[in-house]
Write a protein that binds this ligand. Structure first.
Ligand SMILES: [Zn+2]
Length: 387
């Protein structure tokens, strides 16, 4: 298929044997489902556009609400478009968010609990996202000749708002509590001191009641950075393993990956919306649509945005794999414990149903982290280079 990499394949075989047939089958299934979800994610906006535009429903909604006349009516129309999308998407969200987790054996939530989480997230998402597009349409309407700087301002404001609200989103789904583990805390404090990052406390993410998946993060808190570890990971990993995971997260911090990623994403967003504006200019007068300033063109804009972001995902994944590799290298350097690195990789593969080595093209298109086999091979080479 591709150039053989015997060393990598040997690592993959070893990991596959360690995981066992059941987890491997689940990992393959999860990957197939992720790819299916991606394709459906491209098709859905087309279905929505077909539902709203040729039927004349988008125009009817606009006229009924007088949606181009006052800003709040524009906002309302956008919210209706998004709400209808969310409702139509709900069975898919259920299948790929709940049913899939049940089949993988990672779900620990009731259907009612899952649905309530979805409702809460949608209730927060729709006003936010529709506000972004409201800003765009108001700019398209008022400053048709200076829309680009306006678009940039809107994207920046939206990214900042999203960043500030991200802890709220996290806590909508999971509770956090301070974690009282003096030994682990001392170990992590020392790690932070070596990295030159200010330690801002230790918290546990109560994930176990909803999912068996493991995760950890280093998030800003006050002047320092708080370590948040899921109870699932805490339960399964030894302190060395936890230290490796947190060292990886610190790598992101030290390399300033989040601000870089935000700039990258923001630029992508501006580019995508600018193309969307061009599409509205060419196709936005179709039937009784009123051009770029008409909120009834929204389904067309959504479809354009979804397709361009789908294409950009490949670029974004390549960039993400690069920063993940660098964070792994940082973790190895800081902890000097490749054995712990390797066992925590295997543990995370088991908890999150990761496939050790997917086909090369799958990794290229869909993986935002290097595959586990590559990450383990990196740790072994690092050890080899030191010896
Ligand atoms: Zn990472």
């Amino acid at each position: 298929m591709s150039t053989p990499e015997p060393e990598l394949e040997a690592v993959a075989w070893e990991l596959e044997a360690a995981l066992g047939e059941e987890d491997l089958a689940k990992a393959r299934y999860q990957l197939r489902m992720q790819m299916t979800r991606f394709v459906i994610g491209l098709l859905m906006p087309l279905v929505m556009a077909a539902l709203w535009l040729p039927t004349g429903w988008a125009v009817a909604l606009r006229d009924a609400l007088h949606a181009n006349e006052v800003w709040w009516a524009t906002w309302l129309a956008l919210a209706v478009f998004m709400l209808v999308s969310a409702v139509i998407d709900l069975p898919l969200a259920w299948y790929f968010g709940f049913r899939l987790e049940e089949r993988l054996g990672t779900n620990r939530q009731s259907f009612g609990g899952w649905l309530w989480d979805e409702v809460k997230e949608t209730a927060l998402n729709i006003p936010l996202q529709s506000a972004l597009f409201l800003g765009l349409y108001l700019i398209f309407r008022r400053w048709p000749n200076r829309w680009l700087p306006g678009l940039i301002v809107i994207v920046v404001v939206f990214m900042v708002a999203f960043y500030l609200l991200s802890p709220v989103f996290l806590r909508l789904r999971y509770k956090t509590e301070p974690l009282d583990e003096p030994d682990l805390e001392a170990r992590l404090r020392a790690l932070f001191a070596r990295a030159g990052v200010r330690f801002g406390g230790l918290a546990v993410l109560k994930a176990a009641e909803k999912s068996s998946r493991g995760n950890a993060a280093v998030v800003p808190k006050g002047a320092g950075n708080e370590v948040v570890i899921s109870d699932t990971l805490l339960e399964a990993a030894d302190p060395h393993g936890v230290e490796v995971v947190i060292a990886h997260e610190l790598g992101h911090k030290v390399h300033r990956d989040l601000p870089k990623l935000m700039v990258f994403l923001g630029a992508a967003f501006v580019g995508v919306l600018a193309v969307g504006y061009g599409v509205l200019q060419t196709l936005g007068r179709w039937d009784s649509l009123g051009g770029t300033a008409d909120v009834a063109t929204f389904p067309l804009l959504m479809a354009t945005v979804a397709w361009l972001f789908g294409a950009l995902q490949v670029l974004l994944n390549a960039y993400s794999r690069r920063i993940e590799r660098a964070a792994d290298a940082y973790a190895l350097q800081m902890t000097d414990n490749p054995a712990a690195f390797e066992s925590v990789m295997l543990l995370l593969a088991r908890q999150n149903k990761g496939l050790p080595l997917p086909p090369r093209w799958v990794e290229f298109f869909f993986y935002n982290h290097p595959s586990i086999a590559r990450r383990v091979l990196m740790a072994r080479r690092w050890r080899g280079a030191k010896a």
